[in-house]
Ligand binder design. Structure first.
Ligand code: FHN
Length: 460
């Protein structure tokens, strides 16, 4: 970045700091995720609206690492599948050979999107490029992509963009700033690129001549996109001013796009929560965890795996149950967040069956109970021993995980008068309610309608 540009960025930052308390959504906790760009609260709310309503999205980690699928030279390699290049210390030239084998003939974009849609997911975030540097689209600035280096010769992102459009799903891209393959990024430092000590002096060349042109391709040829989801920002070459510059660059290409906090240096450890202060990015990204109390006044999204890996590993069978995943979704939404749930397709192009099964079951529940998830806001009444609560104007949705054996559901914290109570899955049967100052008792049937989560609606 040249000096003039830096000066512009910093003077803009000072202005934003002063104005943001008046103009931008104020964060109530110490952790704040704020858009770096100047924007009124109204403008920001408008831009974030679809994302805040969506609540549930699909993360897809897919690339060359699906070929070794966790194994290298007959050994099972520890750690997450998409890190196999690093974890097995595979030299760049050797890893590149996987491209010649990448021929996912069973890939069907329409089917993937239908799996997401039937699961009740509203957006898809796929790895356009992960840390290994291989690109899933036809990039004009490299041959290390699906069209030039692999026999498949089909533009995966193009096919997904067509399918997403057809099914009304927002397409979003994950993009790694760290690049283990590019000579101006971490490539030459292999295998010690991730130590935090080495820096590539040519890194800005990679940013300006490679990464930004690629991002422009992604936004202009495959968009409009919902989100650009950056990652790999912890490398020593990357700085907050670069993050702000990248944020502005992305918004300059598509004004209404949403960008996560890993575009800059706002991530606090692996939690992905934003540090105190002003950092580029629109939402926090807790990884593999749910903030116990949510993050008041801050947009956030928990991303999580269904087993123990993001990229496919043939022998990882440690699947979370449907009950666990569904309750995690409800827990997250009751705390005001989104859930980005990962699938790691095989090298043939199939989403593993255990993932499909769980997604199908989640979708079935959402078909009946979606009203209590989409476009809802966080629990306004305080902790509940038996489950969770989500809300909409005039309605409280009580998510009962532990059904009361005596048929009496005790709800503390409801201050408003209840006009009507019923089960979301059986709206015709009215439930009787007794209310006093502190506690509300809803008389519910002795048997629940769904053992994972039966939703009781209170109209207030
Ligand atoms: O290193 C990556 C990892 O492979 C995966 O992509 C996750 C998803 O959030 N992010 C990084 C670690 O924070």
């Amino acid at each position: 970045m040249n000096v003039k540009r830096l000066r512009r960025v910093y003077s803009k930052a000072a202005l934003v700091t002063v104005l943001s308390s008046i103009l931008v959504t104020p964060g109530c906790l110490q952790t704040t995720t704020k858009s770096f760009e100047f924007e009124t609260k109204q403008q920001r709310d408008k831009r974030m609206k679809w994302w805040r309503q969506a609540r549930f999205g699909m993360f897809i980690h897919w690339g060359l690492y699906a070929i070794p699928a966790g194994q290298w030279k007959d050994k099972e390699i520890r750690g997450i599948g998409e890190w196999i290049m690093n974890n097995a210390q595979i030299p760049v030239a050797e890893y590149e050979q996987f491209a010649k084998q990448f021929n996912p003939v069973k890939f069907d974009a329409d089917q993937w999107v239908r799996i997401a849609k039937n699961a009740g997911m509203k957006y898809i975030v796929i790895t356009s490029k992960h840390h290994d540097g291989f690109c899933l689209w036809d990039s004009k600035v490299t041959d290390y992509d699906i069209m030039d280096a692999a026999p498949f010769k089909r533009d995966i992102l193009k096919e997904l963009s067509v399918a997403c459009k057809k099914h009304g799903i927002r397409l979003c891209f994950y993009h790694s700033i760290m690049d283990w393959h590019h000579p101006d990024a971490q490539g030459p430092h292999y295998p010690t690129y991730n130590t935090g000590r080495k820096k590539n002096p040519n890194f800005s060349r990679y940013v300006e001549n490679y990464m930004k042109p690629q991002i422009k391709e992604l936004i202009t040829n495959y968009g409009p996109l919902g989100v650009l989801w950056f990652d790999g920002e912890w490398i020593p070459e990357w700085t907050e001013p670069q993050g702000r510059d990248l944020y502005s660059f992305v918004r300059g290409l598509q004004g209404d796009i949403i960008v996560n906090n890993r575009v800059g240096k706002g991530r606090k450890g692996m939690q992905g929560l934003t540090k105190e202060g002003y950092f580029a990015g629109d939402f926090g990204t807790p990884e593999q965890e749910i903030p116990p109390m949510g993050l008041s006044g801050v947009d956030w999204e928990t991303c999580m795996t269904m087993n123990d890996t993001w990229g496919f590993k043939s022998y990882d069978e440690n699947w979370k149950s449907t009950e666990d995943l569904l309750r995690k979704l409800v827990d997250i939404v009751s705390k005001g967040g989104n859930f980005l749930l990962n699938v790691g397709p095989t090298a043939e192009g199939l989403i593993p069956e255990p993932s499909v099964e769980r997604l199908r079951a989640m979708g079935e529940w959402l078909k009946v109970n979606g009203e209590s998830i989409y476009a809802t806001t966080a629990n306004p009444i305080g902790e509940l021993a038996w489950g969770r609560c989500t809300a909409k104007p005039g309605k409280l949705y009580l998510h009962v995980f532990d059904w009361p054996v005596d048929g009496k559901l005790e709800v503390a914290g409801v201050k408003d008068k209840i006009k009507k109570a019923y089960l979301l899955a059986d709206r015709k049967t009215k439930l009787s309610v007794t209310q006093n100052e502190d506690t509300t008792i809803v008389s519910v049937p002795y048997k629940n309608l769904n053992t994972i989560d039966t939703v009781v609606v209170l109209e207030i």
